[in-house]
Ligand binder design. Structure first.
Ligand SMILES: C[S@@+](CC[C@H](N)C(=O)[O-])C[C@H]1O[C@@H](n2cnc3c(N)ncnc32)[C@H](O)[C@@H]1O
Length: 321
């Protein structure tokens, strides 16, 4: 489980402690309804509700995406976070990118900037953080960084804005462009469109795909039957439990993602694209293969050494045997 760093959960507690729990709970359900209607955050209580209900999840998902590409993050010294919100991604990057020196955070909402600065203040030492107020749809050029991220932002942009921002973000990414969206059909739809646009511009897909060819899930996605997404278990802190009136101390957050590079990728692997079905004596794995096929494999004890590996493998892992 992706537990929040202690300093972050303490900073959240300090931010939320003065608020009435009833107001915060009402703001959370209002925010959920607004998101369902394609409307977004527009007051301070919504922002605080976002801290209580969404920030732990976006932190956990970004940490999980970084874990999946960890070897590629070693050379990353600079990171540009577009639509940074309160900077939850900078916390995950601080933890997962051993050589990271500086993070630039572009955010249009001045109150998010203020909250983000307040939460990160002196907590991510020795990272240099540059918080900048920018509307990313109005920028014609973004400063170059080793890695550029758009996390839960495409969803808030029109189609034309998405195209503009993706093109500029790709131009600014010296090594990696990382996109994260909710693991819903809509979220995957944004990722799929971005994948097509970026591969047409010459990008090489690193993850989760095993190849650069058109996504083989496109037909089933268009029929509304299936889409590429993954899941990560997020522990619920005390505010999260209360505002969601939750019984379980965790939630399974679904996400879709895409990592591309302007440089060729060596040896992409097949990937497990659904939760493995573990039965007595055999495991069923749904795989996206390097040859662009979707394949269901049933691996049983009689398959020898790969059987224990198939039992241990998880949804989203690379299949490397
Ligand atoms: C759902 S939040 C995600 C925040 C953060 N990236 C995360 O993963 O937690 C979307 C953020 O994108 C910001 N945003 C939306 N449109 C933007 C734009 N045109 N320019 C800059 N920021 C924008 C919003 O203000 C908000 O903070």
């Amino acid at each position: 489980m992706k537990t929040l760093p202690l300093k972050l959960s303490n900073a959240i507690d300090r931010e939320l402690a003065p608020l009435s729990m009833d107001k915060l709970t009402a703001a959370c359900s209002d925010l959920t309804q607004r998101y369902a209607l394609g409307q977004f955050i527009d007051n301070q209580l919504h922002r605080q509700a976002y801290i209580a209900a969404r920030l732990p999840a976006t932190y956990g998902v970004s940490q999980e995406v970084f874990r999946r590409i960890e070897p590629l993050l070693k050379p990353v010294k600079s990171l540009l976070d577009l639509g940074a919100g309160m900077g939850s991604l900078a916390w995950a990057a601080h933890e997962m990118m051993a050589n990271l020196e500086r993070v630039t955070l572009f955010e249009k909402d001045v109150e998010f900037l203020r909250l983000g600065q307040h939460l990160t203040q002196e907590n991510l030492h020795p990272l240099q953080l540059a918080w900048c107020r920018h509307d990313i749809t109005k920028e014609d050029i973004f400063p170059s960084h080793d890695a550029v991220v758009l996390s839960y932002v495409l969803n808030e942009l029109s189609l034309n804005e998405q195209t503009h921002v993706l093109e500029k973000a790709y131009e600014a990414a010296d090594n990696l462009l990382i996109l994260i969206e909710p693991g819903t059909p809509e979220g995957f739809g944004h990722i799929l469109k971005a994948r097509q646009l970026l591969t047409e511009r010459g990008a090489y897909v690193i993850a989760p795909c095993s190849h650069n060819a058109p996504c083989p899930l496109t037909p089933t996605y268009k029929e509304g039957k299936d889409w590429c997404h993954f899941s990560v278990r997020i522990p619920r802190g005390k505010y999260h439990m209360r505002v969601k009136d939750a019984a379980l101390p965790y939630e399974d957050e679904k996400y879709s993602y895409l990592v591309v590079s302007p440089h060729p990728v060596s040896d992409p692997k097949a990937r497990v694209i659904k939760a493995p079905i573990r039965k007595t004596g055999h495991v069923i794995l749904d795989l996206c293969m390097q040859n662009t096929e979707l394949e269901r494999r049933i691996i049983s004890k009689s398959d020898g050494k790969i059987y224990p590996k198939a039992r241990a493998i998880d949804w989203g892992d690379e299949w490397n045997w």
